[in-house]
Design a protein around this ligand. Structure first.
Ligand code: MG
Length: 167
């Protein structure tokens, strides 16, 4: 296995370990794009998620965000950062900044998609935002929303004739 393949497999394994399947991210892509692309299937949506997950900057954001969530779960961070991440404080904002590294990959249309999905929180995003005791997904919810937004943007760019209304 090449180093690139190893990083890709590691990224998929990390997401799975944290309870996020690629199909669940594919569902978010369907939520964003099904109304704009007639006949879009979950299979195509999920295939675009996998393409996004091959990008090195995406893998770096996933690894970094999940590492911080896990460190906070293990109470391994110093206060006040420990409490800020554990309590998912609204004014922290670094989780969103990290997610922008992912959204950025396919241009500015990704920001619209990300803002929308982050507000509505459909599917797996609601689960990640449940703030169950002992489980910390302060970074992961933004990362997953951003991966879906990037995959949706990639799809939009491959069907430019269908996207006039969202530019
Ligand atoms: Mg967050």
């Amino acid at each position: 296995m090449t180093n690139e393949q190893k990083l890709y497999e590691h990224t998929l394994a990390l997401l799975k370990e944290r309870g996020v399947s690629v199909e669940a991210i594919g569902d978010l892509v369907m939520f964003l794009q099904a109304k704009f692309i007639p006949g879009l299937t979950l299979e195509t949506a999920t295939a675009n998620v996998l393409i996004v997950l091959h990008k090195r900057e995406v893998q770096n954001a996933v690894m970094t965000g999940i590492a911080l969530d896990k460190a906070a779960e293990a109470r391994a961070l110093d206060d006040p950062l420990q409490s800020i991440i554990a309590e998912d404080e609204g004014l922290y904002g670094v989780d969103e900044i990290l997610a922008f590294a992912i959204v950025n990959v396919y241009g500015s249309i990704g920001f619209t998609n990300y803002g929308y999905i982050d507000r509505v929180k459909p599917g797996i995003l609601a689960k990640l935002n449940a703030h169950e005791p002992g489980i910390i997904h302060t970074f992961l919810d933004d990362i997953v929303g951003a991966i879906a937004a990037a995959a949706a943007s990639r799809l939009a760019h491959s069907h430019p004739e269908l996207e006039d209304d969202i530019y």
